[in-house]
Design a protein around this ligand. Structure first.
Ligand SMILES: [Zn+2]
Length: 198
């Protein structure tokens, strides 16, 4: 009986080991499984501080939300550093951004120049965030369908092309920031007549 018991004990041990062996990787793999089908997506967070944006602060949040709901590779998050947003009375253009494709810098808005431009304030704000998010001015200045085209327009929703360009830029990961547009260009673009499209 002894050899039989030994065999039984050995077999029992093997069964136990196999069960443990099978159980362990299965248990370990289970929590990781839901992550596997997801892409190794890169998402850059850009913090913005709107504590000095005065009465435009709610529209600054709204502009951030307009971009956030349309792109996934970058996210604008209200915070205390990163992009400082400042509203002042008089300046060189309705709005200016200090850099293009950047996570640290300044956006300025000037009340009198926004009013004089005839463009919707929200459009100007979405435009300046567009520069931060990497966009430059397109050739068709005054095209109301594009927030980066400036013009005396009300539309504050970026075009599909603009959204795709932002998405592509940040999906590639970090790249050095470029200087912002010069204030004279910014004044000209944001105050340009709206293009008449048929
Ligand atoms: Zn601009």
């Amino acid at each position: 009986m002894f050899p039989t018991r030994l065999v039984a004990a050995v077999l029992g041990g093997i069964v136990a080991l196999v069960l443990v062996g099978v159980g362990a990787p299965g248990a370990a793999a289970a929590p990781a499984a839901p992550a596997a089908p997801q892409r190794a997506a890169v998402q850059t967070t850009i913090y913005y501080d709107s504590s000095r944006a005065a009465e435009l602060a709610p529209q600054v949040d709204e502009a951030a939300e307009i971009w956030n709901t349309r792109v996934t590779s970058v996210k604008l998050v209200k915070g205390t550093a990163g992009i400082t947003v400042i509203t002042a009375q008089n300046g060189s253009a309705p709005g200016t951004a200090s850099c293009v494709g950047c996570t640290r810098g300044q956006i300025y808005f000037y009340r009198n120049q926004i009013q004089q431009s005839g463009a919707a304030a929200l459009r100007v704000i979405v435009h300046e965030f567009g520069h931060i998010l990497s966009l430059n001015h397109p050739p068709d200045i005054g095209n109301c369908d594009k927030v980066m085209a400036g013009g005396r327009c009300q539309n504050a929703i970026p075009s599909a092309e603009e959204i795709a360009a932002v998405e592509r830029f940040w999906a590639r990961g970090w790249r050095p920031a470029k200087p912002g547009p010069n204030p004279a260009d910014e004044r000209e673009v944001l105050g340009a007549p709206a293009l008449v499209t048929r």
